[in-house]
Design a protein around this ligand. Structure first.
Ligand code: SAM
Length: 604
């Protein structure tokens, strides 16, 4: 029989449902009583379409199943074998051969399981099963306003701007979303779990897609209903997951597109931040791992930044007293994320001691674990460092050897910068712990500079001007550093300016000077901002009786951490700018600079 004829035949037979034969009474919509505090939200049983009307199914488009219902066995009506059930489509009243016995109109009839609202500490309201629910059972429809993609983007931004903590937008398909923020069913209260009891399923009902919550497992009465937001998360800012499941992904919707890890602010005392930090560090490590000389330079920055991040996240009290990644591993970072391990510079020197002829071109050596960045370059916040081939210079040294020398110089400059940043970080008031901090800082300084002294002394000699020699020498001298430290702590950024000014002046080209100065300015602004944020939050710190950032309220901490991060970013950009320009000189084989006996010099 042709499809069209079949439809007409069914229509003829089943158009008017027989009276008094209905065993599946249509559920009346019970008025849902919302607890106090939820008055801003309107309860609805069916989706509300915004900007368009719901579709009307044409007769020809109605999907009619072939089920037959035995009136003596009503359960034989539209079950698992129903063609419509198999395609997740609801039968339409008046068209189904099983008539009122049809079991496949659950969304339309609001055949919901009994549920109950309850409040949970930490994540507001939740929904409980108020009866035993079988695995696979339809529990409730996720109703709300049906909105377009553009509207969904606009609304989620505006909710975030309004400071709405909870997110209720889920996707219907790539063009439409359901927003249950202002209007919705009780399904909007179902929380996320990484080990959920329910799942969402999409059904076609009267020509429209609708979302239902279905039991994944048997759920006993009194159990919280939950589903995994991973594929349904459009909440924007990251929210730390409180589900406590062993396989917890740490963030709501961590695998969804809408997830933005950088927005996250950790709650005080939540130790999972270390796990998160480790992932961040791994990522950073992957992005900074490049050709060897750059690795060495970046390792210094890496060490600086990772330690400072560590300071921020762990709190000063827990930071170990080691000075370099080689001394002791960074604390609290899982072993799988062992910090960078770089060969010593000496190791590098022997690598390149083989005979080379003038004009030879060598390829950079990469070890098997090194990630090669595309096009011989590495991008660091908008700046590209070239990492090309190595030429052997007339002096008999490869450019790489010159570069190596440059690395020595650069390390000295960086170590000077590092002292400044470190000494400024935890200048937070007075008290016993700040004393401990300063004690430790001076210990760190003493330990840190021991091995570098002879090296940096030579570097100072490389500079032509007395001023520059003194500057580099004094930055790197351990004795002077530890003497200078208490003063710096009082003056904050005061001592740094002259130091960085000289660094810019050391470059031969005007462009390099200009660029370094530009980043220096941003860096100083960030430092000044950090200082003013600190002044602003000082009362909050004092109120808490201790000067440790661990005990201050999270709003204050957020501000403080934000200002710190801005400063570190500025510091990093400044260091990168110095390095980049330094490498430029090295690449040019000392053009515009004097090739001294000990390698490259910055400026006459
Ligand atoms: C769809 S609502 C769930 C109902 C919400 N608890 C309420 O009170 O309205 C989603 C929001 O609940 C919170 N939430 C849900 N599950 C969570 C979880 N596992 N951990 C932390 N917060 C959660 C988050 O704020 C999220 O944006």
């Amino acid at each position: 029989m042709e499809k069209q004829n079949l439809k007409e035949l069914f229509r003829e037979i089943y158009r008017s449902p027989p009276s008094n034969t209905s065993t599946r009474s249509r559920r009346r919509h019970k008025k849902v009583e919302l607890p106090e505090g939820l008055s801003s939200f309107t309860h609805i049983y069916h989706n509300d379409f915004v900007g368009r009307k719901p579709k009307k199914v044409k007769d020809d488009d109605v999907a009619i199943c072939f089920c037959k219902c035995d009136p003596d066995n009503p359960e034989s009506a539209c079950g698992d074998g129903c063609l419509n059930v198999m395609t997740s489509t609801e039968c339409i009243r008046g068209y189904c051969p099983c008539q009122d016995y049809c079991k496949n109109q659950r969304f339309q009839n609001c055949e919901y399981a009994k549920t109950k609202l309850f409040q949970i500490e930490g994540h507001g309201w939740g929904l409980l099963a108020d009866e035993d629910i079988q695995a696979g059972q339809f529990i409730i429809e996720y109703c709300g306003e049906v909105i377009s993609l553009e509207e969904a983007k606009h609304r989620s931004q505006s909710y975030e701007a309004q400071g709405l903590k909870d997110a209720y937008i889920i996707s219907l398909n790539s063009n439409y979303f359901i927003d249950a923020t202002k209007k919705g069913s009780l399904a909007r209260f179902i929380n996320h779990s990484c080990l959920p009891t329910c799942e969402t399923r999409k059904w076609t009902v009267l020509g429209e897609i609708r979302v239902g919550m279905f039991a994944k497992v048997d759920i006993s009465s009194g159990t919280e209903l939950s589903y995994n937001y991973n594929f349904e998360w459009y909440g924007g800012a990251t929210v730390c997951c409180l589900c406590r499941a062993a396989n917890c992904c740490l963030f709501l919707g961590a695998k969804s597109q809408g997830f933005q890890e950088y927005n996250h602010v950790w709650e005080e005392g939540d130790d999972r931040r270390f796990e998160w930090l480790a992932t961040e560090l791994l990522y950073l490590r992957a992005t900074t791992k490049c050709l060897r000389p750059l690795e060495i330079l970046l390792s210094d920055i890496w060490e600086l930044v990772s330690r400072q991040i560590e300071f921020l996240y762990i709190g000063v009290e827990k930071v170990p007293l080691h000075d370099s990644a080689k001394d002791e591993p960074l604390s609290r970072i899982p072993e799988t994320i062992s910090p960078f391990k770089f060969d010593s510079l000496d190791g590098l020197a022997t690598d390149y001691s083989q005979k080379m002829e003038v004009g030879d071109v060598l390829e950079w050596k990469l070890d098997s674990s090194t990630t090669v960045m595309p096009h011989n370059s590495v991008q660091v916040d908008g700046m590209t460092m070239n990492t090309e081939k190595v030429e052997v210079l007339e002096s008999g040294k490869s450019k790489e050897q010159d570069m190596q020398q440059a690395v020595y110089q650069m390390r000295a400059v960086l170590s000077g910068l590092r002292i400044d940043s470190a000494s400024q970080n935890f200048d937070v008031g007075s008290g016993s712990s700040s004393k401990k901090k300063s004690d430790r800082l001076s210990k760190r300084k003493k330990r840190s500079t021991g091995g570098k002294q002879s090296n940096t002394k030579n570097i100072a000699d490389l500079f032509q001007s007395k001023e520059a020699q003194e500057d580099v020498g004094s930055n790197s001298s351990s004795k002077k550093k530890s003497e200078r430290l208490p003063k710096q702590k009082k003056r904050s950024t005061g001592g740094k300016q002259s130091n960085t000014k000289n660094i810019a002046d050391l470059f031969p080209s005007k462009e390099a000077q200009k660029e370094v100065r530009k980043y220096e300015k941003i860096k100083n602004q960030a430092a000044a901002n950090l200082k003013s944020v600190y002044d602003e939050i000082r009362p909050a710190i004092k109120t808490h009786g201790r000067d440790s950032q661990d005990s201050i309220p999270s709003s204050v901490e957020t501000k403080w951490v934000g200002a710190h991060c801005a400063k570190y970013k500025a510091d990093l950009n400044f260091s990168v700018s110095v390095i980049k320009n330094f490498l430029d000189i090295a690449h040019k084989g000392g053009s515009g600079s004097k090739a001294s006996g000990s390698g490259l010099s910055l400026k006459e």
